[in-house]
Design a binder for this molecule. Sequence first.
Ligand code: SF4
Length: 366
Amino acid sequence: MSALDDPRWADWRWQHVSAATSLNDVEHLFPGRFELSKADRAQTAEAAERYAMRATPYYLSLAEQASRSDPVWALAVPDPAELAENPADLADPIGDEAPGLRPHPALTRRYRDRVLLFPTSLCSVHCRHCFRKRLVGRPEEMPQSGELDGALDWIASQPEIHEVILTGGDPLTLGDERLLDLLQRLDAIEHVWSLRLHTRLPVVNPFRITEELATGLGRLRTPVVLVAHFNHAQEVAPEAEQAAQRLRAQGVTLLNQAVLLAGINDTAHAQRELSWALIRAGYRPYALHHADLVPGTAHLRTSLDAHLDLQRELRGTLPGWALPRSLLDLPGGHGKLPLEPPRLERGAQGEWWLTDLSGQRHRYSG
Ligand code: SF4
């Protein structure tokens, strides 16, 4: 029986626990649907030993074929190219662990008015390009007992913090009780004026957006912004559109951040298709991130020149508000910067320089 015929198909918890971690699992979930060779299995298993595979049955069902030219397959299934080492790779590519940025083990603070809160290290998928590969899916990276209480106490003691960004891992992998309890406790802090959720669940497990969850978000005093992570129009399926409708009905602001990925969405056509699919679903295409220098992802990265050329090509071909802003997270924890002058400059040797918010210049080596 195909997983699509399973009566639990639309149960988000079933999707989460039934995630495939090997091509054998894929075959078991979808007998006969994908053509898989012995060589595919061996290569995938080898790559998955270094960087684990995890993909919900729903997400895999969006793949049209078992091929690296299929964007969903390529984002879900380990590729032998991940085993190649690249001198530019960084273990902590955006500097989450940079000195001075962790006021508490469950928090990262790069900006005066915002803080990242990590309530879990679990995700429903292991995205091949993930910038937190070293942490996701590792139970030992979960907040220890009492750590979230300590993080909330710290936020409550800092009146200049106005936005809390729940990230991870994926915060929506928490059950309603824990997630809504956490949000309600943040909601009770008077100087918190915005609650942001960074999540890929609307893409890979849209059943997670239940009426109960959407209603719970709508009841909070503090406005909720949900930033999803769709990378390709093929991911914006009818189930994702229905999930978006449930959130919109409760007044949740919907934004999307994509990552520019070679061979997946690095053409103007793919970006336009993605933006229009998002607009139709009610998401504002907000950011297009330059791929971070994550180990095992050199084959998915584009050059900065290619990124800027694409940005130029897109200008004028989408509504201005729907043109995602190109951003780069500077290694070392120096923050997110727009890929545009005056922050971005070309050096005399053709190299790129970026100026961070404190005025410090950094040579970009990607
Ligand atoms: S959902 Fe986000 S944190 Fe989780 S694996 Fe994907 S990119 Fe990484």
